[in-house]
Design a protein around this ligand. Sequence first.
Ligand SMILES: [Zn+2]
Length: 116
Amino acid sequence: MGLTSAQEDEARRIATELAELAASGKVLPGSIAERRTHCGRAGCRCMANPPQPHGPYFQWTRKVASKTVGRWLSAEQAADYRVFIENDRRMHELLARLEAIGADLLEADPRTRRRV
Ligand SMILES: [Zn+2]
């Protein structure tokens, strides 16, 4: 169950980066999407040829109790909060790598039953 020195090094690097991200407090789940819409009114530029849709509008969406919840943002907010989303994704990647180390340890454990 002991970690190899390479695994220890990786775990330490992950811990350092996770701590930095957590300390920034700039973490948001979900995603920020740019939306352009067509109102459908006859004569509106969004119905012209070629169409010129309305927007862009920015929307932060996330899952709350398995439902998608959205919040409209200004362009300035979208620019400011995009890094929060990236930080959240990075934290998930780092956690997945940490979990992979745990899975490797379990697989390498001589007490683990081989698949039959
Ligand atoms: Zn329109």
